[in-house]
Design a protein around this ligand. Sequence first.
Ligand SMILES: Cc1cc2nc3c(=O)[nH]c(=O)nc-3n(C[C@H](O)[C@H](O)[C@H](O)COP(=O)(O)OP(=O)(O)OC[C@H]3O[C@@H](n4cnc5c(N)ncnc54)[C@H](O)[C@@H]3O)c2cc1C
Length: 337
Amino acid sequence: MSDAAAIAADVVVIGAGPTGLACAIDAQNAGFNTLLVDKGCLCNSLFHYPSNMTFFTTPELLEIGNIPFSSPNQKPNRQEALEYYRKVTQHFRLKLHQYQHVDRVEGKAGGFIVHCTDAAGRPYQYTARALIIATGYYDRANYLNIPGEDLPKVFHYYQDPHPYFDQDVLVIGGKNSAAISALDLWRHGARVTLVHRGAAMHKHVKYWILPDIENRIAHDEIHAHFETVVEEIMIDSVRLRTPDGPVTLKNDFVFAMTGYHPDFSFLEALGIRLAGKDRTPEFDPHTLESNVPGIYLAGVVVAGARTNEIFIENGRFHGAQIAAGLRQKLRATAKSF
Ligand SMILES: Cc1cc2nc3c(=O)[nH]c(=O)nc-3n(C[C@H](O)[C@H](O)[C@H](O)COP(=O)(O)OP(=O)(O)OC[C@H]3O[C@@H](n4cnc5c(N)ncnc54)[C@H](O)[C@@H]3O)c2cc1C
């Protein structure tokens, strides 16, 4: 499709994660011609989560569109969740365009033009009367900004333990992702050191994971340095600043599990105002419409940098709020908002 052949929709949802899907279902059920666009595959973030991950959440809390998520497990795994969201997408016959990155948006409420490109650099355009931004946070890692962070042995995402068997691996962080990756690496034969700037593992580590990591640390099966920061990553070693002074450790790989943040530049380019140190977007708490008329926010993007406040569990309800707002606006302005 070329620039000339823009596809028209009432609502374009940017981001086809669980939140974007929930929004598309609600908008479609409210009678709007709705199109989802994602730069990757369906549920691209979930697809890139650790291969063997288990959700923290029971299946019913991951449900969207009132479609039951049946699983024999108390907490479903990544494969089951991907299967569920594929089935839901098919069930509602959602219009989904994958592998198209939304680069920019022009126009205003009632007449937006969404500009995308695919991996080959080909342009695509969609027109929409309203936009829902459900772009999540998993694409943007929080960097440490230390020397050596750009070495190829340093990762901000953890997927599979196998390549790290019999290797010296440093895990940076003190929350769930750091605990889970350190345990998984250790259980698959890596020599693991965990470094965290806090005095202990973070209070948000899930109650069933915490004793596991604490016991591995107590038995020195996973070596831990608390109140410690990594100062430099070198090809074969890392330099730490510990309460007892500098320590240099032999090292093959580093996993910096230091969190992620929404694409603030993208939000600002849309005209959305961000406030405070958490860069919280400005929006109406009832309709989730941002300060830019016709642009709605959904999922974890509403919380700015406080990404531990919105999950699939609660973000999945944003679609209903937005659909209600859209309906109200359409009624009030006779289809020309
Ligand atoms: C390891 C891990 C485990 C978790 N476990 C749980 C759990 O058990 N329960 C729970 O409720 N939550 C859990 N979460 C949090 C939860 O997964 C996220 O909060 C959730 O994915 C957010 O959903 P979303 O749809 O808002 O964003 P995402 O799932 O991140 O979807 C955003 C989508 O937008 C797309 N996108 C971004 N920018 C663009 C662009 N410019 N153009 C086009 N597409 C774009 C991305 O490709 C992506 O597909 C977990 C998170 C992690 C990292």
